[in-house]
Design a binder for this molecule. Structure first.
Ligand code: NAD
Length: 278
């Protein structure tokens, strides 16, 4: 066990998820195989993709070429909004598996609740069946507010294993993380660096910790997520940054540093509003 070993978290269905992965939102399909191959070579074993990213084939080619045993990998993909509902969800997972070249994924998520369509309960029942059919090991949701999680708890039999939500120091999602904590739902932070849309990496709370630990500001923000107990999969096209973002397990923020970053909350969403994406 080297100092760079990625810890795993245990999901509420008993499966294990690596706490750090590599996300491929906005990775060009033409470059995906090469960039995911870089990530796998650096040591990442958890890849977060989605049908709508258009790059599942590239992820699949990189997995196949890597020779890494399937059981050492954790692959997530997501049901796109247009495929919500029961029959279309069954078709969508088959299309994703075909593109990925896999018999099953490790985690299948409802990408957005799309509340105006009002199909997420039906889609969730389809995901329960998709899991029962062995096409995914775990099922979860993304961009779910507490009211939507409560509806799943009332109207279905399965608590999601994860809720993947926009989360970074400017937008910490206290309601969703508390609900997750109380109900055994792991929080995955998407946009862990705020997608570069905020000057998070220039804030003194971040740069002073970076200087103290001889780390980069990005490593400090990512380490903050790890110590909060969140799963993350930062994205970069740049091999040096992909390696930098993997080097999070041989230093630790002090409680004061962790608290100073925690005090940056300002309800600063950079992505879509879960009530309005439909
Ligand atoms: P992110 O916060 O990971 O930001 C990525 C950007 O940060 C990069 O484009 C780069 O400009 C910058 N960056 C990365 N590493 C850096 C470093 N070491 N130093 C300086 N800058 C660096 O945002 P993201 O890609 O949107 O989120 C991560 C992953 O989350 C995605 O790839 C995707 O898998 C997932 N995601 C999910 C949803 C959803 O709705 N479920 C939405 C967005 C993203």
């Amino acid at each position: 066990m080297g100092s760079m070993t990625v810890p795993t978290l245990t999901l509420n269905d008993g499966n294990e998820i690596p706490q750090l992965g590599f996300g491929v939102f906005l990775v060009d399909p033409a470059d995906t195989e090469r960039i995911v191959a870089d990530a796998l070579e650096i040591g990442y074993r958890h890849i977060d993709t989605a049908a709508i990213y258009g790059n599942e084939e590239g992820v699949g080619r990189a997995i196949a070429a890597s020779g890494i045993p399937r059981d050492e990998l954790f692959i997530t993909t997501k049901l796109w909004n247009a495929a919500q509902g029961t029959q279309s969800a069954y078709d969508a997972i088959d299309i994703s598996l075909e593109k990925l070249g896999l018999d099953q994924v490790d985690l299948y998520l409802i990408h957005w609740p799309t509340p105006k369509r009002d199909l997420y309960v039906e889609s969730w029942k389809a995901l329960e069946q998709i899991k029962a059919d062995g096409k995914t090991t775990s099922i979860g949701v993304s961009n779910f507010l507490v009211e939507y999680l409560e509806r799943l708890a009332t109207e279905t039999d399965t608590i999601p294993a994860v809720n993947q939500i926009e989360l970074h120091p400017y937008h910490q999602r206290p309601a969703e993380t508390a609900y997750g904590h109380d109900h055994g739902i792991v929080t995955e932070s998407w946009g862990p660096l705020g997608q570069g849309k905020y000057p998070l990496l220039e804030l003194p709370e971040v740069t002073s910790a970076a200087a103290a630990h001889e780390r980069t500001p990005a490593q400090v923000v990512l380490r903050w997520h790890i110590q909060q107990g969140h799963v993350i999969f930062p994205k970069s096209n740049n091999r040096a940054r992909i390696a930098e973002n993997f080097a999070l397990f041989d230093f630790e923020l002090t409680p004061d540093e962790q608290a100073a970053i925690g005090a940056l909350e300002r309800a600063g969403r950079v992505g879509g509003d879960p009530q309005e994406v439909n």
